[in-house]
Design a protein around this ligand. Structure first.
Ligand code: Z15
Length: 834
């Protein structure tokens, strides 16, 4: 590691090493000390859980030193900071990442071994920090890793949910949700009981005119809830930089509970106030790509945004600079529209509390914010009803109306008399009731708007935000293609592959500059290299096969083709098409003679993913996958030729095991619906090939790795609208192979057919919105091409190596550098002697 660090950082890094453990004995001393003092246990009854706790505490001590130094350095340098506001941070486990980033996993491994533990078992004890649903939350976590690793002065701001995303159990083939209480022992968070903010809700606004004729608005009454900060250190890789993730927890402003009420015998009410306050940060909403418009969710958003902005403004004020310098000191990124209230809140602080003129304040606001859009799906675009807003945040609603008025005046000047244009771009939708369109507010309140992959960024400019391109011009809209951190998704998830790569690139520097992967392409014909490459994939598959056996009881053959689709269950992601394809394969196999069957490529079809608890169709899809598995996996005629597995409770730590074990993964969304996708990048980076549609980042992956290395199929985004129109107004016939699949289901091959009629009639009777039938033939044909390609193992290995070698572009480091230069105007803080 050392040799790969650029010279200016080298000295700091060496010094950093001295703040690490001297050697394995030094590490052991610390572990034993924590077992015996912090945990108050003896080494004689130290189980794996206690070893995890003590090991984490030992590494945490190292982290804290650098964390404090980093914060001091950033404060002293007084340079611009970026704040990443996200309602979700899907962090996964912290210990392995901390050991790797600090660069002392080998020391820990040796030390733990001497104490009688395998490091893998110790790492496994940690509960995932699962404060997110899927791609959006995991992206935020990858961004934090890159920001710290690249030495950017950056903070994340989020909510400290008491319950993260639910744990999924599969009972009799159905999803059952179990609460995820994860805070029992969490050594990675630091309560800051001295860092609190009072947050106001409800109440009323009064306006008066001051001596200069200026209108002054005051917001009084209502209720106050306290926000308490909890800080999580974010270590950078091979740098001492350790950034901060600040998560807010809600509690009653009056402290424990109301003694007045308690003493007067009204015990229930005294506790109720406290519980109402704590409810705000109690639970993550489990919907991905869906807005349900619930009041508590709006409360969460304002609570988190108001606390974060108070904190940011407080920090800025310490620098004693003029307000106009705010955007030179502060960049705030809105991760989707969830934090858009921050735009209004900053305007409120500047105008109502600090007394700035409207226009000066608005200039500061728009120069501070950037907005990232992550979806074009209409059901995911946030809207809040005006009456709800009026009730919960009366002053903010007034400000939104003012912002809208001034905005529409500028639109009017540019497009005189175009009433339709005004209606289309207005922040307020004229409906019954009126609605606040959060995406419109986010665009108007930001200086840059970005999509997350090229196709997606083009789509928002030509569809949902078309009018805004006319109003603001095209330069306000830009693209930043998503990326992933190679530290977690290569080095940590696939240590043997990382090791093989570093043996050929000469160092681990590819983990800091992923374009160095290109060097391994020189070895693609080297027999030893290829052999090792194939062996690593096989070993990863063996590990997954063992896990499948342990958790499902099904034996799978590690030599079979592992075909994986793991992601949130959603109709647009088309797991239904995948399982229909599996059924088609099963029916084909059944129709063959035993002789013909032998020529067939054996396959294990692996699914995983959570359905939103209220998403009936998604739950039906999970049920069908399990029902098909129950039949196919017990069919003696089929044996190893086909297995169907549903892995329970897909999450970040399971992804780290599953992804490196895939031969083929499926990214098969209806073209134009998946904004980017990020697991597609993770699979390819681990040497798996992809079957996918021309959607999201699949397109850029193809451009980088070459068309010969990916299995693309299906209709193009540009044709989807016409096809849908045809479904409704033309003739709609279901693909004949798909008809046979439906017939098998309806015959009861996989149990009670009525359980699956929703999925069938969506395609057959309700317009097939996601084009499952239109793409089915091309999907099946392409799967046949996959089988053929896989039988040529040598050809497959070449594809795999070439793909990995060409994935450098998809590092979240590249992505963060693009944000820093194109949106935040911020530079890394160089690390000099401390
Ligand atoms: C979510 O996970 C994504 C978008 C959303 O609007 C919401 Cl609410 C949740 C995902 C996209 O579906 C996915 O394509 C993208 O890769 C990811 O965000 C990160 O940008």
């Amino acid at each position: 590691v050392e040799a790969s660090i650029p010279e200016p950082q080298r000295k700091a890094w060496l010094e950093h090493q001295t703040s690490g453990f001297k050697d394995k004995d030094g590490f052991e001393t610390e572990v034993v000390r924590h077992v015996e003092t912090t945990l108050a246990r003896s080494m004689y009854n130290c189980d794996e859980q206690a070893a995890y706790s003590a090991c984490s505490l030992a590494f945490r001590d190292r982290l804290i030193l650098e964390w404090n130094r980093t914060q001091q350095r950033q404060t002293f340098a007084d340079s611009k900071r970026v704040y990443y506001l996200s309602l979700e941070f899907l962090m996964g486990r912290a210990l392995d990442n901390a050991m790797l980033n600090i660069g002392q996993k080998d020391v820990a491994k040796a030390g733990l071994a001497e104490l009688g533990f395998r490091i893998e078992d110790v790492i496994e004890q940690e509960h995932d920090a699962a404060l997110g649903n899927g791609g959006l939350g995991r992206l935020a976590a990858c961004f934090l890793d890159s920001l710290a690793s690249l030495n950017y002065p950056a903070w994340g701001y989020g909510l400290r949910y008491r319950y993260g995303i639910f744990k999924q159990e599969i009972i009799d083939g159905y999803q059952v949700e179990v609460p995820d209480y994860w805070l029992d022992f969490n050594p990675w968070e630091f309560p800051r009981h001295d860092v609190t903010v009072d947050i106001q809700f409800y109440g009323h606004v009064t306006k008066r005119t001051d001596d200069n004729g200026k209108t002054i608005a005051t917001w009084d009454g209502g209720e106050i809830v306290k926000a308490v900060a909890y800080d999580v250190p974010i270590p950078g890789y091979a740098t001492p930089s350790t950034n901060n993730l600040r998560l807010w927890s809600s509690k009653a402003a009056s402290g424990e509970f109301d003694f007045q009420k308690f003493n007067s015998g009204d015990y229930e009410n005294s506790v109720a106030d406290q519980q109402r306050a704590e409810t705000i940060s109690a639970v993550l909403y489990p919907n991905d790509n869906l807005d349900r418009g619930k009041e508590l969710r709006l409360k969460q958003q304002y609570f988190w945004v108001a606390a974060s902005l108070y904190d940011i403004v407080r920090r800025f004020k310490k620098s004693k600079r003029a307000w106009k310098e705010f955007p030179e000191q502060v960049a705030i990124q809105l991760n989707d529209t969830h934090p858009t209230l921050a735009v209004v809140e900053l305007q409120r602080i500047l105008v109502d509390l600090e007394g700035l003129d409207w226009d000066e304040a608005w200039g500061i606001v728009t120069n501070t914010f950037g907005y990232t859009n992550h979806t074009v799906l209409p059901e995911a675009l946030e809207k809040w009803s005006v009456p709800l807003f009026q009730h919960l945040l009366p002053r903010h609603l007034q400000l939104i109306y003012d912002i809208n008025l001034f905005f529409l005046q500028t639109v009017e000047r540019k497009f005189p008399k175009d009433r339709d244009m005004l209606g289309r771009v207005s922040i307020i939708e004229e409906a019954q009731p009126k609605m606040v369109r959060m995406a419109h507010l986010a665009i108007v309140g930001s200086h840059k708007v970005n999509g997350v992959a090229e196709l997606h960024s083009d789509l928002i400019k030509t569809t949902i935000f078309k009018d805004f391109v006319e109003v603001f011009g095209p330069d306000k809209f830009t693209n930043v293609t998503n990326g992933i951190t190679p530290r977690r998704w290569l080095h940590q998830a696939n240590p043997r592959l990382s090791e093989l790569i570093s043996s050929k690139t000469g160092s681990q520097n590819f983990l800091k500059d992923l374009t160095e992967l290109a060097k391994i392409e020189h070895y693609k014909d080297d027999p030893d290299f290829r052999k090792e490459w194939a062996e690593i994939k096989y070993a990863n598959k063996v590990r997954l096969a063992k896990y499948i056996k342990k958790t499902t009881g099904v034996d799978v053959n590690p030599s079979a083709l592992f075909d994986v689709q793991v992601k949130r269950i959603h109709e647009y992601k088309r797991q239904q098409m995948n399982i229909f394809g599996v059924i088609h394969r099963y029916l084909t196999l059944k129709s063959l003679s035993p002789e013909e069957r032998k020529k067939f490529q054996p396959k294990v079809s692996i699914f995983g993913g959570k359905a939103a608890p209220g998403y009936w169709m998604a739950k039906q899809i999970i049920h069908l996958i399990n029902a098909v598995g129950a039949v196919v996996n017990n069919d003696k005629e089929i044996g190893d030729l086909l297995k169907v597995i549903f892995l329970e409770d897909y999450n970040v730590s399971k992804a780290e095991m599953i992804i490196p074990a895939s031969d083929l993964s499926e990214h098969i969304s209806t073209a134009g619906t998946e904004a980017s996708g990020t697991s597609n990048m993770k699979f390819v980076l681990n040497g798996g090939l992809i079957i996918g549609t021309c959607d999201g980042a699949n397109i850029e992956i193809t451009r980088e790795i070459g068309e010969q290395n990916i299995f693309l199929f299906g209709n193009l985004a540009e044709d989807v609208e016409d096809i849908r129109h045809n479904h409704t107004y033309g003739s709609h016939t279901v693909d004949p192979d798909l008809v046979k699949v439906f017939e098998a289901i309806e015959k009861g091959t996989f149990g009670e057919p009525n359980d699956f009629m929703g999925m069938i009639s969506a395609v057959r009777d309700h317009g097939d919105f996601y084009l499952v039938s239109d793409d089915f033939h091309s999907y099946i044909e392409t799967q046949e091409l996959v089988d053929k390609a896989y039988r040529d193992q040598e050809g497959w290995i070449t594809k795999s190596i070439e793909s990995v070698a060409r994935m450098g572009f998809f590092s979240s480091d590249r992505c963060i550098n693009e944000y820093a230069e194109g949106i935040w105007n911020i530079e890394p803080l160089p690390i000099k002697d401390q």
